[in-house]
Design a protein around this ligand. Sequence first.
Ligand code: DGL
Length: 276
Amino acid sequence: MLSRIFIFVAIIMKAKKQQPIGIFDSGIGGTSIWKEIHSLLPLEQTIYLSDSKNAPYGQKSKETIIDLSIKNTEFLLRQNCKIIVVACNTATTNAISYLRKNYEVPFIGIEPAIKPASILTKSNKIGILATKGTLNSSLFEQTSSKINQDVKIIEQIGEGLVELIENGKIDSNEMDILLNQYLQPMINQNIDCLVLGCTHYPYLIPKIQQITGNSVKIIDSGEAVAKQTKNILDKENLLRISESDQRNIFYINKDKMILKNILKEYTDIIIDEIDF
Ligand code: DGL
């Protein structure tokens, strides 16, 4: 009898390992996190949800961000995801504690990497570019209150940047104007580290670096999120082992061309436009 129970549990655990990792963002920005996860965990199946119809989340109320995060989580749970990565700083800082309290699945979140930046800085001045929703959240306030008080954090809301990225306007005049407007005051205040507090912004790194020059180190949390995802899957004994039937699916509730463009180097992924 005991051995039968053991075999039954082993079969269930094996099936669970095969289930996909669910990832969501307000739009296409979380693909910067998907890339890190896919490169660290190539055997895993992933389902990415781009809620582009409702982007940007950054200007919305905490209640609305929680409601949208619930909708995204339930969609991914219906797809049988074994873990959910909230690949959005705004959704993490406003909704992850609600999600963790109300769903059993493990959640991985992303927060601006101000702690590592506060350790790296020599000028004791770090800049952070993030959405209003992230910078105004209590989670961000808690995190920033814990860093070395000698370090000055210069906050800047990246208003308009997510919209331009969602509309395929990374290389546009409007983008250059906004980035100059946001970054110049930080450069004038002698920052030597710039934290990217939004998963859309890694797509702007070449442009940002052109403005800041190489003396400013740009820090984002993508790699750390991928490592944390691996650690939790390992701890829960959920790492996928088989290479067979490995699929990466992207769902978007707007025109899929924008996702296709940003993921053009990946030829074996599935991108679908759906209503959700
Ligand atoms: N990628 C989201 C983040 O990391 C963008 C937020 C938004 O939609 O405004 O915060």
